[in-house]
Ligand binder design. Structure first.
Ligand code: NAD
Length: 494
């Protein structure tokens, strides 16, 4: 059910998006120009997309402020909910097209992208269901005062998203922002701008008032991203991306003391105890190692394995890595597409060299694929390192490639110590048939989400976010609303 003309246009590489979406209108950029979106499977441009600069961000922020001061700011929660439900329906209908476009833009395999995008409407519906339940409290004191709190939208939100999961990270921000009554300027990553502009068409079709959502693709440093962060009339930045970028954003935004929420990197421990259902654990651990070509913050990139089952785990990882079908993203048979950019490919390959230099054993993979139809794209083999120590840089730094590091351990205490010996704290997994151990270990792990006998279970209802260098705040669940709201306390003398 994908529009044939769109499929053909994407395959010819003739897709053009010449406009930004500002104040409910499609406008040519004033401060930017046109950028090429590169197809990571071929290394060639496939779409030409408008990008904005300072002047466009100024216009978008002004439109978002005007919307906040206009009908949107006075709209009751149930009406915002109705718009969000309508958006969810449109999104669901258009999911096949979005899937195709995101697979082209990011290089993620079609079958994987379909599962991801196919679920996003649930996020919009979840936040729609919360939009009319944003309540304050009454606080009892004594007869002389009446105290109550009100929860108000934080204001204009600058949403800055990464290239690895463009529509997922967008729905996690747009949903709570719109449910709480904020307005948004969305700046997608320069590598993957297309689907955000398609989303703007859906916002328009759903009937959101002009200026409630504005979409301005652009660059980060010295570009639309930095202008958005520095802008004095932006109340909050909701960011997903790298820790180094978050630090730069904090510095740029410091003068305006705006609010920030950050979803950053991870180096998740995926712990397999000897008493686990090892086959099930292996299914989860191996598929998580290659998912999104290793380009997801949630993946279990450090596989901690209890020594009695270590050799078996290494063997199965090697077998399965060799069976991963690496191929063109739009081929239905493909399990794993290319890395999203040349830069990311080089980064992954440099860590493969580093791992060997550090003394880890390269069990399989580690090379760029240079043959046949994949030769020009950014394809890399699924890679397994054994004999990894947690002190090695391949175990400490986020590689963002399909590279699994298998680390042996002895007993619960060592597993917990290794799991927590990291700058990050986003996700973790553990496998054990001993329920007491599972709860005991889960309680000691410093991470925003701990999966027990499952992995990567993420839903709209489940709070998601990081401890330590993995971020500030939570997305999803009811907790997601908190960072989009201010609390006003009213104290009335009676
Ligand atoms: P990135 O930090 O390079 O870029 C993210 C966004 O920030 C892009 O839109 C970019 O244009 C913008 N940007 C860059 N510099 C900026 C600046 N100085 N000011 C304002 N904006 C700027 O990240 P990436 O490489 O696109 O994404 C990969 C990273 O995202 C990984 O570290 C990954 O772990 C993380 N990630 C985290 C989660 C999560 O939920 N925790 C989810 C997905 C990705």
């Amino acid at each position: 059910c994908i529009r044939e003309d769109l499929v053909n246009a994407t395959l010819r590489g003739t897709v053009r998006y010449p406009h930004l979406f500002i104040g409910g209108e499609w406008v040519a950029p004033e401060g930017g120009g046109m950028l090429d979106s590169i197809d990571p499977a071929t290394g060639r441009p496939w779409a030409s997309v408008a990008y904005g600069g300072r002047r466009d961000i100024d216009k978008a922020v002004a439109a978002a402020r005007a919307a906040l001061d206009g009908p949107w700011g006075r709209m009751p929660g149930h009406e915002r909910a109705a718009l969000l439900y309508r958006l969810a329906d449109i999104y669901q209908k258009r999911a096949p097209e979005l899937t195709l476009l995101e697979a082209r833009d990011s290089g993620r395999a079609l079958r994987e992208t379909r599962g991801d995008i196919g679920a996003h409407a649930n996020w919009y519906r979840w936040f729609a269901s919360l939009a009319d339940k944003i309540w304050g409290r009454t606080i009892p004191m004594d007869d002389s005062v009446h105290i109550y709190t009100s929860r108000l939208p934080v204001g204009v939100v600058g949403a800055i998203t990464p290239w690895n999961a463009p529509m997922l990270t967008t729905s996690w921000k747009l949903g709570p922002a719109l449910a709480t009554g904020c307005t948004v300027v969305l700046k997608p990553a320069e590598q993957t701008p297309v689907t955000a502009l398609e989303l703007a068409k859906m916002i328009e079709e759903a009937g959101f008032p002009p200026g409630v959502v504005n979409v301005v693709p652009g660059y980060g440093k010295d570009g639309a991203g930095e202008h958005l962060v520095a802008h004095p009339d932006v109340d909050k930045i909701a960011f997903t991306g790298e820790g180094a970028t978050a630090k730069a954003i904090l510095k740029t935004g410091a003068d305006t003391l705006k609010r920030f929420s950050f979803e950053l990197g991870g180096k998740a421990p995926h712990i397999i105890f000897g008493d686990a259902d090892v086959e099930q654990a292996l299914n989860a651990a191996t598929s998580s190692a290659w998912a999104v070509c290793g380009q997801s913050c949630a993946l279990g990139s450090r596989v901690l394995v209890e020594r009695p089952v270590y050799d078996r785990v290494v063997e199965v990882f090697a077998e399965r890595a060799a069976k991963v079908r690496v191929g063109m993203p739009l081929d239905e048979a493909t399990h794993m597409g290319p890395q999203s950019s040349d830069e990311q490919l080089r980064k992954t390959l440099s860590y493969v060299d580093l791992g060997q230099a550090e003394g880890a054993q390269l069990v399989t993979g580690g090379r760029r694929i240079t043959s046949g139809a994949l030769a020009d794209g950014y394809f890399v083999q699924p890679t397994v390192f054994a004999g990894v120590s947690n002190q090695m840089r391949i175990a400490r730094e986020e590689i963002f490639g399909p590279v699994a590091s298998l680390i042996p351990f002895d007993g619960e205490e060592e597993a917990v110590a290794i799991a927590n010996d990291t700058a990050y704290g986003l996700t973790a997994g553990l496998w054990s048939r001993d329920l007491g151990r599972a709860h005991r270990v889960a309680a000691k792990i410093r991470a925003g989400i701990v999966w027990v006998n499952t992995y990567r279970y993420i839903r709209w209802t489940t709070p998601y976010g990081g401890f330590k260098a993995s971020g500030w705040g939570r997305e999803n669940g009811v907790e997601a609303l908190d960072s989009y709201l201010e609390t006003r306390t009213t104290v009335v003398s009676t």
